[in-house]
Design a protein around this ligand. Structure first.
Ligand code: GLT
Ligand code: MN
Ligand code: MN
Length: 381
């Protein structure tokens, strides 16, 4: 089949539910070796531009919008102004998160800080961020434990750290119940960076941890493609497990090469086959939440490059989605799948040496199937 040239196919629309963190397009290109290369973009400017590009909404950390030292009156004014901007551009805020990693008070962690004073401060900050999320209409609260980890195991007993982590999250679900907020918490795992080792480093670890909480029904996961790859895992399988447990509350889409620092590359820009299967999984699942991009433009880019990055993230998702449709409609691929299915169904039961030998000898024809997918993704079908 020839690739479609219909220009509207790759035009993002609000119903596609694309969202971006204010911190993603707002990323100024700082890295451990170099300073900012781009100007600060105001939240209002980001909302306006993303809405023009066809996004559904934005997400934010408390301090992406409200400075950490703002008074309550200042906070209320900022929130009111921001709500006006959101209404003007018909943009939603489906998710809010809390920054528990930037300020130096959190250098030894937040919920897992060895100091009970810091832990309490972190819990209070997270509750205030939930209030902010509620005010903006968010029903997902993401928790990425940025500095919940260690460089040296001498510092804390990891079992104690997990107990503190649990106490922190239990305090937040208690708050949700008490305040009657229509909000669920999504835990985001990452194996390392900025700490040497982070606790609960994979989505699987998060899922097991959730079962030990006071209100497991209020807590799910927010897997990030790049973080799974940093752990050497297959993001498709991480997301599949979350779906299987009814715990995919949110998702962070980006890209990442193996064995590297946290690159947060534009979605689908590196691992084309892996991304294809992730989009296929999402589109074939009952997940109907936001398609949230947590990535940033290359440091080489100016502001125009940032908007190209945002536009490209959404167009790529749509292009992968079209590829999924072509996979579903490709006669040869479907016939190959059907033949494999038939062979599995019609193969003999393993009740005699000859029948066992049959299963030993059979081929699965996955080479031919994968080749078809490869050619499809290369635009040859
Ligand atoms: C930070 C991190 C992300 C998290 C964000 C939410 S902030 O950019 O790298 O993976 O999702 O706190
Ligand atoms: Mn993320
Ligand atoms: Mn990341």
């Amino acid at each position: 089949m020839v690739m479609t040239k219909d220009a509207t196919l790759l035009t993002p629309k609000p119903e596609d539910r694309f969202t971006f963190g204010l911190w993603t397009v707002g990323n100024r290109g700082r890295d451990p070796f170099g300073d900012a290369v781009r100007p600060t973009l105001s939240p209002a400017n980001i909302v306006r531009k993303l809405s023009q590009l066809g996004a559904y909404g934005v997400t934010l950390h408390d301090n992406d919008l409200v400075p950490m030292d703002a008074t309550l009156a200042q906070r209320d004014r900022i929130v009111a102004e921001f709500r006006t901007v959101l209404a003007d551009y018909q943009m939603a805020v489906p998710m809010v998160t809390v920054n528990l990693f930037y300020d130096p008070v959190f250098k030894d962690g937040a919920f897992t800080s060895a100091s009970s004073a810091v832990r309490q401060f972190a819990i209070n900050k997270a509750k205030a961020a939930m209030d902010l999320g509620h005010a903006l209409g968010a029903n997902i609260f993401v928790l990425w434990g940025g500095r919940e980890g260690v460089e040296t195991e001498a510092a804390k007993d990891p079992r104690q750290a997990l107990a503190w982590y649990r106490e922190g999250i239990n305090a937040l679900t208690e708050y949700v119940v008490q305040q009657k907020y229509a909000m669920r918490i999504a835990l985001e795992a990452k194996p390392n960076e900025p700490r040497g080792d982070l606790y609960l480093s994979t989505t699987g670890a998060m899922l097991a941890f959730i079962a030990t909480l006071d209100h497991p029904e209020l807590v799910g996961v927010n897997p990030e493609v790049a973080h799974a790859k940093m752990a050497g895992l297959n993001p498709v399988h991480e997301v599949a497990q979350a779906l299987d447990q009814g715990k995919l509350f949110h998702i962070d889409l980006n890209d990442q090469r193996l064995a590297r620092y946290d690159q947060d590359l534009r979605f689908g820009s590196d691992d084309i086959k892996g991304t294809f299967y992730l989009v296929k999984l999402l589109e074939e699942s009952d997940y109907n939440g936001p398609r949230h991009f947590d990535a940033h433009a290359y440091r080489t880019e100016d502001v125009e490059g940032v908007w190209q990055f945002a536009r490209g993230s959404m167009r790529s998702y749509l292009a992968y989605r079209e590829a999924v449709k072509r996979f579903q409609q490709d006669n040869e691929i479907q016939a190959a799948l059907h033949a494999i299915e038939q062979m599995n169904a019609q193969g003999p039961t393993l009740d005699s040496p000859e029948h066992i030998e049959w299963w030993r000898q059979r081929g699965y024809a996955y080479e031919a199937l994968d080749q078809l997918v490869t050619e499809l993704l290369l635009g040859m079908r």
